[in-house]
Design a protein around this ligand. Structure first.
Ligand SMILES: [Zn+2]
Length: 180
């Protein structure tokens, strides 16, 4: 580790603390006494993606990120949402403990993540990833999405009236009784 100020190779660790996914070390150069910080991160074992044509390609976080970013372009997403999705997918992939993973598995993870995040981004990604052959395939995907939305929306509605109705009736009855 060369000192960023004088290039000296020797440095002394003056402070060391655990951070999220590694160790942060405060160092002091033995040559010029300048202080600088280094981060040590665990290098995950190499992970290869099996492409459609059976070729293997090393997993690239940047590539995953750029694909998701493209789908999310100009969508009103909360800050950090894309990074979190990429982090989650990456963590899940490494947790599988495999050295090779079919690209389709990663694609499905992205689809699932985007589906929860933003439906427009989801459809954009799906149209590229699933390679919708025609407008009918796209419509089917949209119908599924709309069906799920409707199912989600109808749940609270059917449960809502049960709760407020009874107390208000009881109150009305109580008032009527008091007036008599
Ligand atoms: Zn130095």
């Amino acid at each position: 580790m060369n000192c960023p100020y004088c290039g000296n190779l020797e440095s002394r660790v003056i402070d060391s603390r655990d951070v999220d996914d590694g160790v942060r070390r405060r160092r002091q150069c033995s040559g010029c006494s300048a202080r600088f910080t280094t981060y040590e991160r665990l290098q995950a074992a190499s992970l290869f993606v099996i492409k459609k044509d059976k070729r293997r390609e090393e997993f690239s976080r940047e590539k995953l990120m750029s694909g998701i970013r493209k789908a999310c372009e100009k969508r009103p997403l909360p800050t950090g949402a894309i990074d979190k999705l990429v982090d989650d997918i990456e963590a899940e992939l490494y947790q599988m403990g495999k050295s090779e993973i079919p690209g389709a598995v990663i694609g499905d993870m992205v689809m699932k993540g985007l589906r929860d995040l933003d439906h427009i981004a989801y459809i954009r990604f799906a149209s590229v990833y699933r390679e919708f052959a025609d407008i009918t395939a796209l419509k089917q995907e949209l119908d599924t999405l709309i069906g799920d939305e409707a199912a989600k929306a109808s749940q609270p509605v059917s449960q809502l009236p049960l709760l407020p109705v009874e107390p208000s009736l009881a109150m009305a009855g109580g008032q009527r009784r008091r007036r008599k």
